[in-house]
Design a protein around this ligand. Structure first.
Ligand code: FAD
Length: 553
């Protein structure tokens, strides 16, 4: 990827066919699809790429067992179609970036024979709807088989579990890989570029976006023939920039996850808790060396504080612990993530748990703004396909075939499940580091390791006990447009989700690399480290945890 300044200069001097606003899953997917169809495309994000909802998901590539349950209970054909489409996309998403995805078996505990029959029948239906895309058939496991797979499971009253398979992925890295693939194929992308307004032609159609660089505060314009609003939970804001006074379309729902130590007992399989006191489901999933537990589902507003709250942590622990032999306590929580689901409102007052996770492409007839609303990560590619079809119609050009169905993302070329083995002898690194790098960067892990070969300091770990090495910091700043400590530690490397305390400990090191690569002055670096530390410390306190390190400054 180009440096920010080079990308910005190119963007200022070009007239694009399409300007995609929002660099989450939806926007990055739209940008890649448009560029591959030959449309000159620019992608802008107000913050870092994938820094909003798209890095706060449950990391499941799924049709949604709960949505299937709802579709059957409510005889809702719309919900059923969403599940079927997502199951088709599941397979494509796994194939197109195998280094970032894997099949995952989930066990549903059953405490009565009635429940066991119910879940067996429901999950057989899920298999059937998957058709050719089925990953592996669901099956019933006896109590003994279940405890071999999940030794922590509380067996009191248990009659067995029903096991089914969905996909799992690294959502933040998948998003970054989409942006990288888009840029490698000729697209222009810029993070920290907020669209703050538009200019229109005489007939009222959008022709320029007024953009504010959030790092330098510079303002510039981006010219394009079509504008796609892919800003997830912020979509209504951008819709009203283009058409002031327009009726809002979104209902937002907040969901949080917590990350716990991954005990041996949870190493491979995940658990789905099928009912909570208030009718939700909760997942407990092994993910990147931690047990990811979530999620909540509470109606929210855009200006609410988006943090993991103490009572939300307690809610998740209370429900999880009912299913375990040995409960987790709050002081074992290593980190957390909060996000906002952008759900399309049907206009009535149904609660957010029941709103379907479908998407809609809206073309505003006055301004020409094309908004892609709602959806979910798993269907990002299909959403992009629908959106770019509409873009081509808007541009009055023929709708050309979409190319993303079987388009492998950068890092997938030459990748296979044993790829990481080859890195160990070649670069003299530990198996843990080799596996970590290949699961983050795919075959680009070689480029990360080449950096460490030319400068041995870069082969050192970032914090003791974690597999990440310092070369990743330099790689993500130079080649993936990481511009802040959080960009590196959260979305590029994932250490912030592995442990808030470790991320605080690593902040000065990341700050020093950012200073070196971007030419920051000492004061600027110190301020960046202090602000990051302060933010995480506050986040930990809001979640009810005690930060290990004394607050800097
Ligand atoms: C708790 C939770 C769990 C979930 N779990 C799953 C799951 O397991 N599987 C699944 O398939 N889906 C899941 N989802 C849904 C999925 O994560 C979202 O549907 C998807 O990430 C939305 O992506 P997006 O690109 O539309 O929005 P976002 O990721 O929010 O991206 C919008 C982007 O627009 C940018 N932006 C905003 N305003 C502007 C502006 N003015 N100018 C420029 N840029 C702007 C923002 O900075 C942001 O980066 C989950 C969602 C939540 C909240």
């Amino acid at each position: 990827m180009k440096s920010r300044s080079a990308a910005m200069e190119n963007i200022k001097s070009t007239t694009f066919d399409v300007c995609v606003i929002g660099g989450g899953a939806t926007g990055a997917g739209c940008a890649l699809d448009a560029e591959l169809r030959g449309l000159r495309t620019v992608l802008l994000d107000a913050a870092d790429f994938v820094s909003a909802t798209s890095s706060a998901s449950t990391k499941l590539v799924h049709g949604g067992v709960r949505y299937l349950q709802q579709s059957v209970a409510d005889c809702d054909l719309g919900q059923y179609r969403v599940v079927r489409r997502a199951l088709r996309e599941r397979k494509l998403m796994l194939n197109n970036a195998p280094f970032l995805t894997r099949p995952l078996e989930l066990l549903v505990p059953c405490f009565s024979h009635r429940d066991a029959y119910y879940f067996r029948a429901g999950l057989k239906l899920y298999d059937w709807i998957s058709g050719q895309g089925m990953l592996s058939p669901s099956r019933f496991l006896s109590v003994h088989e279940s405890t071999v797979r999940l030794p922590m499971l509380n067996t009191s009253g248990l009659v067995g579990t029903v096991a089914y398979t969905d996909g799992q992925f690294d959502d933040a890295r998948y998003g970054i890989a989409l942006v990288n693939t888009f840029v490698e194929n000729g697209g222009a992308a810029l993070n920290y570029s907020r669209v703050a307004g538009f200019a229109k032609t005489k007939d009222g159609k959008l022709c320029e976006a007024h953009v504010e660089d959030q790092l330098s505060e510079e303002r510039f314009t981006v010219r394009a023939k079509a504008f796609v609003n892919a800003t997830g939970p912020f979509s209504d804001q951008v819709r009203s920039l283009a058409n002031p006074g327009i009726h809002p379309r979104l209902r937002l729902s907040k969901g949080i996850h917590i990350l716990l130590p991954l005990e041996a007992a949870f190493r491979l399989d995940a658990m789905l808790i099928p009912t909570t006191d208030d009718g939700r489901v909760i997942f407990a999933i092994p993910w990147q060396g931690r047990l990811l537990v979530g999620t909540t589902d509470d109606e929210a507003a855009l200006d609410d504080e988006l943090a993991v709250k103490h009572e939300e942590v307690e809610y998740l622990l209370r429900h999880l612990n009912r299913y375990l032999r040995r409960p987790f306590s709050i002081d074992q929580v290593m980190s957390g993530i909060a996000g906002l689901r952008p759900l399309v409102s049907p206009g009535d007052a149904r609660n957010t748990k029941k709103l379907i996770r479908d998407h809609e492409v809206e073309v505003n007839q006055d301004s020409g703004l094309i908004s892609v609303l709602g959806g979910k990560w798993t269907t990002y590619r299909a959403m992009a396909e629908d959106t770019v079809n509409v873009v081509q119609q808007y541009l009055k050009s023929a709708v050309s075939p979409c190319k993303t169905q079987h388009f492998r993302l950068t890092g997938a070329e030459g990748y296979g499940p044993t790829f990481w083995h080859t890195l160990v002898p070649k670069f003299h690194i530990s198996p843990d580091t080799a596996q970590h790098l290949s699961e983050k960067f795919g075959t680009h892990a070689v480029e990360v390791l080449e950096l460490a070969r030319t400068d041995r300091h870069l082969a050192a770990s970032i914090v003791a006990g974690a597999p990440s090495i310092q070369a990743e910091i330099v790689y993500s700043i130079r080649y993936e447009m990481a511009a802040s400590i959080e960009d590196v530690l959260a979305r590029r490397i994932g250490l912030q989700w592995f442990s808030w305390n470790s991320a605080i400990a690593a902040a000065p090191l990341v700050g020093s690399y950012l200073a070196q690569e971007h030419g920051w002055m000492a004061g600027q670096t110190q301020q960046a480290v202090q602000e990051y530390t302060l933010k995480l410390t506050r986040t930990m306190r809001t979640a009810g945890l005690k930060p290990e390190q004394a607050l800097a400054g």
